[in-house]
Write a protein that binds this ligand. Sequence first.
Ligand code: PEP
Ligand code: MN
Length: 261
Amino acid sequence: MEMKFENPFGADKKRPYIIAGPCSAETEEQVLGIAHELKDQNIDLYRAGIWKPRTKPGSFEGVGALGLKWLRRVKEETGLKVTTEVANRVHVDECLYHDIDVLWIGARTTVNPFSVQDIADALEGVDIPVMVKNPINADLKLWIGGIERLYKAGITKIAAIHRGFSSFGETNYRNAPTWQIPIELKRQFPDLLIINDNSHICGRRDILKDVAQVAMDLNFDGLMTEVHNNPDKAWSDAAQQITPKVFGQLVSDLVIREKGG
Ligand code: PEP
Ligand code: MN
């Protein structure tokens, strides 16, 4: 399907677009505190998950719609735009009601065409940017299919998020980057922005910078990184989160070469 995308981040600027914030919204103080620290780093979008798709029951599954009020306070106090993950039409309706600026579809939702279609139907006639993470399995067609479902519902401000692909057994990564998949996506859709989610690819702090640099060298358009005020104590994904200060250093250490160069 032929698709013509608009920039989901508004006015064009030099890459990389930067999305940062905690894996999960935990408390109002945590959400606001991290946002205030990141505000000074000129990020483009503040992320926090409020409905969390966890592998096993019994893990922290998010604060739910209450967190949307905290994100709205982030907007009011910092001027940052905010984004959260949606997995069904109830989530979409709650986000629209609470003025969430951008939505993202998580890897466990992109795998399910029924869920993506449900979200797309709920967004019919709504002008809001949506970011689509790759499905957890290495299926480029399924990723593109999810993007097409949104596009057919009239969403044109779309970005793709590369968060890596799960595999069985021990690897260096939590989710293997399998770079050829996002590269092929970019080849087929040159005006689709691709954001690298180094946090979920790495699953650990020590290689976040290396993965982000590879993404920049491959001309990816941006970065989504999980940033927490007390990473070791985070209620989800503790091993991969970094402080705002460490994140600021990571971004300023990135070498950005000319696009196409
Ligand atoms: C997240 O961004 O916190 C998340 C749950 O990501 P993914 O869908 O990539 O696993
Ligand atoms: Mn996470």
